[in-house]
Design a protein around this ligand. Structure first.
Ligand SMILES: [Cu+2]
Length: 437
């Protein structure tokens, strides 16, 4: 059995003559449709960022701006330059040239979110708000909504937790090339300074049901319908973001320009497009089936090693407030004190098989933006402990939130093991320092 002589043959229809079915209503991409049922946005975060980050602006009130760019090189740990697509927030100077991952978007539960999205030049893009539940028009899935030049996405987050946003046009490539960022839904009062708290720092709160875990102090149970913004939440003192990704340099060489995998538009969009004119000939239109990553990163930081190695990132790495919606002190490598509650938010943005191991017991409090044991799904699941050393398997697009709290000092590493998605061959062990003093 082989790729050319498979054991099973799935009958497939040729796409020739059916190209129109694969190109949506708002191609060509300069089309900028109005948002249906547009409401006034109420998200306070962009104004907070403008008030606290030097040089930042809030050009469109209450609106998060995200621009999608292509054609930027990123220098990897060994000095090699690889092509990436970046997400930029034009309101924030640190984001002016884009970043990988894109800036972390934080938003309070219940507000009306507006995301003004602009795709720089062809090809068009979308933003899919992964795990949020918008209307179909605002879901940003290419082929089922539309692909646009400019659009204001509108939605309302109703569950506190960890999400992410990513381009969903030619997703296999655009996601792999860097068009994604983390998305955090916080309690409704997370950016309300009226009680004198420092809304740009820690402690903060996230949703959890810790009624069976009294070692995490400050948990508030109660009833989500009561109006208490902190019902079913716990405070955390330290927050770390682990976005696990892998990079195939050969993909960059094969798709050496941004239009490589796009049909060339004919004069009747969706009807007489040419699916083969933009490719270089040797790889053809669907170039991205053979995936063999040779670079490995966590939250944009390179694990500095070749395939087969076990390597660590530096201690003390943090995410700047300008790239974290104005919240200062977000960590990558964990640096905490004893008896602090540590929240690690994990996103698997890798295509390979990933196993994450902690050197200390962790409590999994949420999966994919839904907190375990918290209504309305509380009857069907509950938080659970993963003992030190036991691997947690993760797959593409999955999010996992874990809490850690220790009354003893610790100087060790979390480990991310990458294995090839087909052969299971060992690729790399990436280690992330965890220091508790
Ligand atoms: Cu895109």
């Amino acid at each position: 059995m082989s790729f050319t002589n498979p054991g099973y043959k799935i009958p497939r229809r040729s796409v020739v003559g059916h190209e129109g079915e694969w190109v949506k209503s708002f191609d060509p991409p300069k089309e900028s449709p109005p948002t249906p049922e547009l409401l006034n946005p109420t998200n306070p975060v962009p104004a907070f960022v403008a008030a606290t980050i030097p040089g930042a602006t809030n050009l469109i009130p209450f609106t998060q701006r995200l621009h999608l760019m292509h054609g930027t090189d990123l220098t990897m740990w060994d000095g090699r330059k690889l092509g990436f697509f970046f997400i930029q927030n034009p309101d924030v100077p640190e984001s002016a040239n884009g970043s990988f991952p894109g800036p972390t978007v934080r938003i309070p539960r219940g507000v009306v979110f507006h995301g003004e999205v602009y795709g720089h030049g062809q090809p068009p893009h979308t933003i899919h708000w992964h795990g949020i539940e918008p209307t179909a028009m605002n879901d940003g899935v290419g082929h089922t909504s539309f692909e646009a030049g400019e659009y204001t996405y509108q939605w309302q987050p109703n569950h506190i937790g960890s999400y992410f946003y990513h381009c969903h046009r030619s997703t296999i490539q655009h996601f792999e090339f860097g068009l994604y960022g983390f998305l955090i839904v916080e309690p409704p009062d997370a950016y309300d300074p009226s009680d004198g708290k420092n809304v740009g720092g820690y402690p903060r709160r996230t949703a959890a049901n810790l009624s069976k875990y009294p070692n995490f102090p400050g948990f508030i149970g109660g009833n989500l319908e009561s109006g208490d913004p902190h019902a079913m939440t716990v405070p955390y003192d330290v927050e770390a973001l682990w976005v696990i990704d892998d990079i195939d340099s050969a993909w960059r060489e094969q798709a050496d320009h941004a239009h490589q995998t796009f049909p060339k538009m004919g004069d009747e969009p969706g009807v007489n497009d040419d699916f083969h004119e933009n490719d270089s000939g040797s790889y053809d239109f669907f170039a991205f089936h053979d995936y063999n990553p040779d670079y490995f990163v966590v939250t944009g930081v390179n694990f500095p090693g070749r395939i087969g190695s076990t390597v660590s990132i530096r201690p003390g790495l943090t995410v700047p407030a300008a790239l974290n919606s104005g919240v200062a002190g977000m960590q990558i490598s964990v640096n905490a004190r004893r008896n602090q509650t540590i929240l690690v938010r994990l996103l698997c943005a890798a295509y390979t098989k990933v196993k994450v191991t902690f050197p200390i017991d962790v409590v999994v409090i949420a999966l994919d933006g839904r907190s375990l044991g918290v209504p309305p799904f509380g009857r069907y699941n509950q938080p659970y402990t993963v003992p030190a050393g036991k691997p947690i398997e993760m797959s593409t697009a999955q999010r996992l939130d874990v809490l850690i709290r220790s009354n003893r000092s610790l100087s060790s590493f979390g480990q991310i093991e990458y294995r090839h998605h087909l052969s299971d061959a060992f690729l790399l062990n990436g280690r992330i320092p965890i220091v508790i003093k």
